[in-house]
Design a protein around this ligand. Structure first.
Ligand code: DI6
Ligand code: FE
Length: 404
């Protein structure tokens, strides 16, 4: 075995399925050997392979190593902010009322259209840095505030640039079917034609999207419109995922599952048939407690049903200016426990292994296993359950992305 560095005398939560919920490496101390950007070996110190004499040893003094965190659902590229809308909501306006009055997502569309690609990058970097500072090594970024071929492509180019500006994996998602732009008022099917043709063409021509998403809800697009967007994406070989059952139940999760979606996200209003369809298809349930909290929702996603059916659960920040201005993966994990009653181990699985799967990257990242990318977070904690426990405290010691 070849390795150039070995993290020694640590404790390791591999997050691989196993006898304990964290995939903990047994024994007194554990080690992770790295070969370039890959994990070469992980196991107890006592079993360290011989012949690694020349590898540099990095002592961890008992600190915990987990996979780098994977934030699998964000809208972190956008112009402007929605602080005024927050005040209006606190005075009694609902998210849905503001959206129907031309505010909400559309107010961010106006600000995003007015911004240059460079301005979008500059605005997004501090938000991305906040995720990185808490151990994120892969972040998904959606479009959805441009809603024209040029503006959607501009957003996704800005997202790709973030991955060149920072040591982090960026996965991009085209979310053109996010809201009906004002120039298509009264003609949602006309806009869906634009999403399925010119927007997808513009984005695919430059290879700007790794997946395609839509918002299937009573303030956004119907099931039939969503199906058209998905068919166009799949015809171009792009995987799909869906904002489903957030504010109402249109049966989006079942549609997503039937069309082989990687994930269905939000899911507060998910029903039993939708959950069963997701279980049968292996579609990941991405829960977004930040949006539930910030919109002061009361309808909980059906976690017990998802568990019983064995639907993999991922957790994400949903970082966006309107429904979840949350740039803390650790707080998202805490909220998943306090609000949705996940266990701390389920929350960490949801930000690592299952989040990787929600991005179609389950073979590449999300657990600590030989051959996977060396994306690791090293924490000053006594046990991994602490990661979901504190509020507003960051115990990250070091982070490695691609072995760096
Ligand atoms: N649901 C959400 O929570 C975000 N998008 C969506 O479809 C919110 C986006 C926003 O309000 O700007
Ligand atoms: Fe979202």
């Amino acid at each position: 075995m070849e390795a150039d560095r070995i993290l020694v005398d640590g404790r390791v939560a591999t997050m691989e399925p196993g006898p304990d919920a964290y995939g903990t490496v047994a024994g007194g101390g554990a080690a992770v050997a790295l070969a370039g950007e890959r994990i070469a070996w992980v196991g107890p110190m006592d079993d360290l392979p011989t012949g690694l004499g020349r590898a540099e040893r990095i002592p961890l003094d008992g600190r915990w190593v987990t996979p780098g965190l994977v934030d699998c659902h964000t809208h972190l590229v956008h112009g402007g902010d929605r602080a005024r809308e927050f005040e209006l909501r606190l005075e009694g306006a609902s998210y849905e009322e503001l959206a129907r009055a031309g505010g909400g997502i559309l107010s961010t569309v106006r600000a995003t259209r007015a911004a240059s690609e460079g301005e979008l990058v500059a605005g997004a970097l501090p938000r991305l840095d906040a995720l990185i500072a808490e151990g994120a090594t892969t972040v998904e970024v959606k479009s959805g505030y441009g809603l024209t071929p040029d503006d959607e492509a501009k957003m996704l180019r800005a997202a790709r640039r973030l991955g060149r500006e920072r040591p982090v994996g960026i996965r991009t998602t085209l979310l053109a079917a996010h809201a009906l732009p004002p120039e298509f008022a009264g003609d949602p099917d006309g806009y869906v034609d634009l999403c399925c043709g010119p927007i997808l063409d513009a984005v695919a021509a430059e290879g700007l999207a790794d997946a395609v998403d839509a918002f299937c809800d009573r303030i956004a697009f119907t099931r039939a419109q969503t199906e058209r967007v998905f068919a166009a994406a799949r015809a171009r070989g792009l995987p799909v995922k869906l904002h489903a059952e957030q504010l109402s139940n249109l049966g989006g999760a079942a549609l997503a599952a039937a069309m082989g979606a990687l994930s269905a996200d939000h899911l507060e209003h998910l029903d039993d048939p939708g959950a069963a369809a997701m279980a049968a298809a292996g579609t990941v349930a991405v829960l977004l407690p930040g949006a539930f909290y910030f919109l002061r929702e009361t309808k909980l996603p059906p976690v017990e049903i998802l568990r019983r059916l064995g639907v993999p659960i991922a957790i994400s920040t949903d970082l966006n200016p309107g429904s979840s201005p949350l740039s803390s993966p650790l707080l998202a994990m805490n909220m998943a426990c306090t609000l949705f009653r996940l266990t701390p181990a389920e929350a960490l699985t949801g930000m690592t292994r299952n989040a990787a799967r929600a991005l179609g990257l389950g073979d590449e990242i999300g657990t600590i296993a030989p051959g996977k990318r060396a994306d690791l977070a090293i924490w000053e904690v006594e046990r991994p359950g602490e990661l979901a426990y504190r509020i507003g405290f960051n115990p990250l010691w070091r982070r490695l992305w691609s072995g760096r």
